[in-house]
Design a protein around this ligand. Sequence first.
Ligand code: EPS
Length: 390
Amino acid sequence: MRYLTAGESHGPQLTTIIEGLPAGVPLTAEDINGELARRQKGHGRGRRMQIEKDNVQLAGGIRHGYTLGSPVALVVENNDWKHWTKIMGQDPLDEEATDEIKRKITRARPGHADLNGALKYGHRDMRNVLERSSARETTVRVAAGAVAKKLLSLLGIEIACHVLEIGGVRAEKTTYSSLTELKEVTEASPVRCLDPDAEKKMMTAIDEAKQNGDSIGGIVEVIVEGMPAGVGSYVHYDRKLDSKLAGAMVSINAFKGVEFGIGFEAARKPGSEVHDEIAWDPEQGYYRKSNRLGGFEGGMSTGMPIVVRGVMKPIPTLYKPLQSVDIETKEPFAASIERSDSCAVPAAAVVAENVIAWELASAIVDQFSADRLDVLQKAIEDQRQFAKEF
Ligand code: EPS
C-alpha cells in the first residue's frame, strides 16, 4: 500500500491518493471525519483552527460505501483559501504584482524548512517552501491513516494514543485498564492526557508559553493491541516493521525522536532486565511475561501490544523573535510571526496514531493476500490460529 499527498497550507485543498487497499472495505466519510476532528482539537492551537472545519470528500475508489480495489482519492478543502486566492493562486500574476500581494517571504525562520527548502529548489520566495512544509499537510496524512485504522479494526487490531509530557510536565498516572478506558479519558482531556493533575499543569504551561510568545513540545505514546505475531521481517533491513514505524513517527512535522517499550532506558539496564520472558498457554498461545521491548523483536511484531513514543520539539514559529538572516539583504533580523499554535502536541498525538496505523495496515497488506477484505480477514485469523498452535 502507498499514498501520496498534495496541496499547500493556504491553497484550495489537500489531496491524498491511496493505492493497494483491499476491495470490500466498508468506508464512509464519517469514518474519516471523526479522525480529522480529533486532530483539530487540543489546548494550545492557534486561530487557524477556528477557520478550518476539516471535512473529507471521497473522490475516487469507493462505491455505495465500499472500497473497489481501485485507488482511493480523498480531498479536504482549506476554508482559509478564500482569504488567500490571490496570494496562492495558480494562474500567473501580472508583471507589476508586488511582493506585498505575493506575501513574499525572504526572512528564514530558525527551525523551519524555509532556508533549506529555498536552497534545495532555488526559491527566492520562501513562501513556496513553507506552504508545503506546514503541518497543515498532516490533515490528509490523518485521512489516509483513518482508512488504515478502519482496515485494522476489521482485522481485530485496535489503536490509541495519549500525551505523556508537555513542556517538561510529565503525566504521573500512565496506566489504564483497557484501550477503551484510555480513549474515554483522553478524548475528554484538552491535552489528551490520562493524568488529571498533569493535565492542569500542562495547560498552564501552554498558557504561559503563549503569554511569553514562546512554544513548547512534548512526548506522545501510541499503543496497538491485537497485532498478530510475525508481521515485518528479520530478513531485509527495509522490511523491518519497527524501523518503518520509527520512520513514520519522525516524518511527522517537528518530531525528533522515537522509542519502543522501555526505549532509551534499555541502554542503562542489563539484558536480564530488558528482554521479555516467553511463555505459552492454550488460551493465548505464545506470550511475553512483560512487554519491555514494546511489541517488537527482530524487526517483527511479537503479538504483544505495540508501544511506541515520539518526541515533538516546540513549534519553531515563535512570536518571540529569534535571530536569522534575510536572504535578499543578507542582513540579520529578528524573526517574528502573525499567528501560530503555541503547542500542537495533543493534535500531534492523533497524527502519530494515524501514521502508525498506516504503517501497520500497509505491512499487513504487503505480507498477506489482500486484494479482498474477506480473504485478508481469513489470512489474519489463520495466522493467529497458526501462531497459537505452533
Ligand atoms: C502551521 C502554521 C499554522 C497552523 C498549521 C501549521 O497555520 P497558519 O500558518 O495558517 O496560521 O495552524 O496547522 C494547520 C493549519 C493544521 O491544520 O494543523 C505550520 O507552520 O506548520
